[in-house]
Design a protein around this ligand. Structure first.
Ligand code: XUL
Ligand code: CO
Length: 436
């Protein structure tokens, strides 16, 4: 039986539509900068929030009403839920989805049984992928919910827990490969510390480096050629997470010889938790050729924790798309809605409103960013701002033709640096607002 019998396939109806179950800006076939919106945005639905979140929070019980759930952790319930998930994604028109192993299949009483459960669910996912054409953007392993991971997984002080995590990732990689997953994500979860008095940070980071190298070695062995992604987040659940921001992750990847296999999955609410803007994290990752995918959501500045709300702010999505277009696009990553409806948004239909709003917000951001780029005003300003590097001493420095001695002589001869020009921040902020 259909879980959403009253919801039709969501269609593009244009900005004047007042139908809340239609796209006003996301027209999958509209071509922008030579690619369709569908190709640019590669929208993805997350299994954990959209099909597993129940509205509980640290202060209260579940609130969300999901009529298809039977309240058990049975395989039958998980299979039924998978069918519902694909009905939802098909009606929404999302081309991708993402999951953790434990979102889709229940744990058994032994690891072998847990693997078996995952295989049975993978049969259903594979069948539904074939039926609908929806693809797996990425798979991952949940190595933070179970009590065994209280001290971390790859960075646990307990070597057996490291081994358990290895077994879990091995299986998750096999399932991701089987389902044609285009990427595989590591989010640090509890890979960090609560207190340095009980922590050997060097040993923990070495173990994490070793763990990720084992993952890429196994991927090579089984023929998984997808991109590996690290998802930065500075804290929550730990006080300090080792993958704290894009710069820390990239330093880690370089230190442990992982740069050729890994990129980053940048998440908006994680960027802001680390004291950066999303645009900063995207641009920084892009400068290091590490921009892999995004977890699209937003936080709440007045709350200050990882609220994982759906993105609706056009200024934010414009900034995201400016950075993504600048660095050549997001594929084989995607715009993955790692976002959940509020615990007060209790009806299944709220899942549609949330995703439609997020998709429209990104579609608008894409169109605005493309218009800004086409106008070239901002790029011309930036080029002009750095023009002292295109000639004379600047050009010679960039070409490696100077050292401290020659520059000292140059300045002694010249006597004073050329005058500075205005940064024009307010002018440019006004300029951007002409397009928003
Ligand atoms: C947690 C988070 C995760 C990762 C996948 O903050 O974002 O859901 O995206 O493990
Ligand atoms: Co995420």
């Amino acid at each position: 039986m259909a879980a959403f019998p009253d919801v039709p396939k969501i269609k593009f109806e244009g900005p004047n539509s007042d139908n809340p179950l239609a796209f006003r800006y996301y027209d999958p076939e509209e071509v922008i900068e030579g690619k369709t919106m569908k190709e640019h945005l590669r929208f993805s639905v997350v299994y954990w929030h959209t099909f597993r979140a129940n509205g509980s929070d640290p202060f209260g019980a579940p609130t969300l009403n999901r009529p298809w759930e039977d309240g058990t952790a049975s395989l039958d319930n998980a299979i039924n839920r998978a069918r519902v998930a694909f009905e939802f994604m098909e009606k929404l028109g999302a081309p991708f989805y993402a999951f953790h192993d434990r979102d889709v299949a229940p744990e058994g009483s032994t690891l072998a049984q847990t693997h078996e459960n995952l295989d049975k669910i993978a049969d259903v996912l594979e069948e539904e992928q074939q039926r609908t054409g929806i693809k797996l953007l990425w798979g991952t392993a949940n190595m933070f919910s179970h009590p065994r991971y209280m001290h971390g997984a790859a960075t646990s002080c307990n070597a057996d827990v490291f081994a358990f995590a290895a077994a879990q990732v091995k299986k998750a990689l096999e399932v991701t490969l089987r389902l044609g997953g285009e990427n595989y994500v590591f989010w640090g979860g509890r890979e960090g510390y609560m207190n340095l008095f009980n922590t050997d940070m060097k040993r923990e980071m070495d173990h994490l480096g070793q763990f990720l190298n084992m993952a890429t070695a196994y991927a090579d062995e089984i023929g998984f050629t997808g991109t590996f992604l690290i998802e930065p987040k500075p804290k929550e659940p730990t006080k300090h997470q080792y993958d704290s921001d894009a710069a820390a992750c990239i330093n880690f990847l370089r230190a442990y010889g992982l740069m050729d296999r890994f990129k980053l999955n940048i998440e908006t609410n994680h960027a802001t938790l680390s004291g950066h803007t999303m645009m900063h994290e995207l641009d920084y990752a892009g400068t290091q050729d590490c921009l892999g995918s995004i977890d699209a959501n937003t936080g709440d500045l007045l709350l200050g924790w990882d609220t994982d709300q759906f993105p609706t702010d056009i200024y934010l999505t414009t900034q995201c798309m400016l950075a993504i277009l600048k660095h050549g696009g997001i594929g084989p990553g995607g715009v993955n809605f790692d976002a959940k409806v509020r615990r007060e948004s209790i009806d299944p239909i709220d899942l549609f409103y949330a995703h439609i709003g997020g998709m429209d917000a990104f579609a608008r951001g894409l169109k605005i960013a493309a218009a800004i780029r086409a106008d070239e005003g901002m790029q011309k300003f930036v080029n002009q701002r750095y023009s002292s590097w295109d000639q004379g001493v600047g050009k010679a420095i960039e070409a490696g033709k100077h050292d401290f001695k020659s520059l000292s002589q140059y300045m002694i001869n010249k006597g004073e640096a050329a005058p500075n020009t205005s940064g024009r921040q307010e002018f440019l902020e006004n300029y951007i607002n002409r397009f928003v």
